[in-house]
Design a protein around this ligand. Structure first.
Ligand code: HEM
Length: 403
């Protein structure tokens, strides 16, 4: 067993104050954000920040517990009664419970909430999965209970905090040996006996890092082995143009939380049969790999894959058929775009400009889809409070004539 010192180690002191500040800040932040009306500016950012800091608290708690096991805290002062010592132990135990239960219930709630079915991206950079195997709890009742527990634990925290602060102050000022200064940084908490440096930092923080890598890394590894596949069009006509995919693009754009976002599909396959002198027979068929969509923020990229958006697991591709092409002016055309996504088909007007020079054609076109008819984001944002209803799609195609 490691030797006990009069003060806590620097690592223990740092973890104590960082976690305490984070939890208190998170409680007030949590109250503030859940009181906002749906679609309030910045609400999305606040929720993601809340989740990021909450998961950080969970990981720091892993480090803190591992550190405590390897570096037992100083014994309680002799002048404390047996009852006070027992109460103090229970309050500390309660705090460890809170440090684990608050983030875990938050994580569970965001995993099973129907209203907040939005992926978690830690600090806008690292995808954090939902709690595994809890699909069955995705009901109004179950998620309501989890939310209730998460929210009420805030008050349990304040109850424990009141007892904790009262105990610390009583034994700082009215007892012979102060307890508060043992947990204060060196500047404020000088004691006569020097503190031991502590041991096992690598193990403690390694454990936290290991938990993090296991949770964040598993979906990445599983995804890498699941093999996304490539888009491939099955057209019932013979194409007469070959697309240069390196010089072509399908991009989309819209408004989220008041800000413009853009994205693109990196994998799609098109069969084109186009003849400006035979527009009535001209057509195109495009198959898009829905999982190849990337957007301007990682959170959007992750959201697009989720069941309420593209549901890429169940519907890995979307199909677009361009037909009913008619000429508008010199290079301008209008056509019907029939999109089938998640088994739902909608038609929109597709307008494009086309120039053909020798055997090379360049086309730029655009159309606008509405989210609601395509059942996109209808669980978390049916009223278009966060994401605008209109999604614009821009297409650039460079193609060469097949001879
Ligand atoms: C230190 C850890 C945490 C603390 C102290 C904390 C505290 C809170 C508080 C006080 C609320 C407001 C509850 C109410 O409506 O009365 C809240 C809401 C929420 N928390 Fe946490 N939380 C923590 C960690 C997490 C984590 C890790 C996640 C998810 C990964 C999370 C997800 C949420 C969500 C989604 C809400 C919103 C509930 C709603 O709007 O209905 N929390 N949190």
């Amino acid at each position: 067993m490691a030797a006990r010192s009069e003060r806590y180690t620097t690592v223990a002191i740092t973890l104590h104050w960082v976690i305490a500040a984070a939890i208190i800040g998170m409680i007030f932040g949590g109250w503030y954000m859940s009181d906002l009306s749906d679609g309030a500016p910045g609400q999305y950012f606040l929720y993601q920040t809340h989740k990021s800091i909450g998961i950080t608290v969970l990981l720091l708690t892993v480090a803190r517990i591992a550190w405590r096991v390897m570096n037992p805290p100083p014994t309680l002062p002799e002048d404390m009664t047996g009852l006070e010592k027992t109460a103090s132990h229970f309050v500390h135990l309660g705090f460890y419970g809170i440090m684990i239960a608050l983030p875990l219930t938050g994580w569970l709630y965001s995993s099973v909430s129907i209203k907040l079915d939005v992926p978690t991206v830690l600090y806008g950079m690292i995808s954090w999965p939902d709690v595994p195997f809890v699909e069955g709890l995705k009901t109004e009742t179950a998620s309501g209970i989890v939310n209730f527990i998460h929210s009420k634990l805030a008050w349990v925290t304040f109850g424990l905090l009141a007892l904790h602060v009262a105990g610390a102050l009583k034994h700082e000022f009215s007892a012979e040996e102060g307890v508060l200064k043992r947990m204060l940084p060196g500047l404020f908490g000088k004691t006569e006996k020097p503190k031991a440096p502590g041991r096992g930092a690598l193990t403690a923080f390694g454990a936290a890092l290991g938990v993090f890598a296991l949770i964040a890394g598993t979906p990445v590894i599983v995804g890498a082995f699941s093999g996304a596949g490539k888009a491939s069009t099955q057209a019932n006509f013979t194409p007469n143009w070959a697309v240069d995919y390196g010089a072509s693009s399908i991009t989309f754009s819209g408004i989220h939380d008041g800000n413009a976002f853009t994205g693109s599909f990196s994998d799609w396959d098109a069969a084109i049969d186009f003849n400006p002198d035979a527009l009535e027979r001209s057509r195109a068929k495009i198959t898009v790999n829905t999982g190849s969509a990337t957007a301007s923020q990682k959170l959007y990229t992750d959201s697009l894959k989720s069941p309420e958006w593209f549901n890429t697991g169940a519907f890995p591709t979307a199909d677009v058929e361009i037909s009913e092409i008619s000429s508008v002016d010199n290079n301008g055309y209008t056509a019907t775009a029939n999109l089938t996504l998640k088994g739902i088909s909608v038609s929109t007007v597709f307008q494009f400009n086309l120039t053909i020079e020798g055997d090379t054609a360049t086309m730029t076109g655009q159309t606008v889809f509405q989210r609601q008819p395509l059942d996109l984001g209808q669980a978390s944002d049916p009223g278009a409070d966060w994401v605008d209803e209109d999604i614009a799609v821009d297409v650039i195609v460079k193609a060469s004539r097949i001879k």
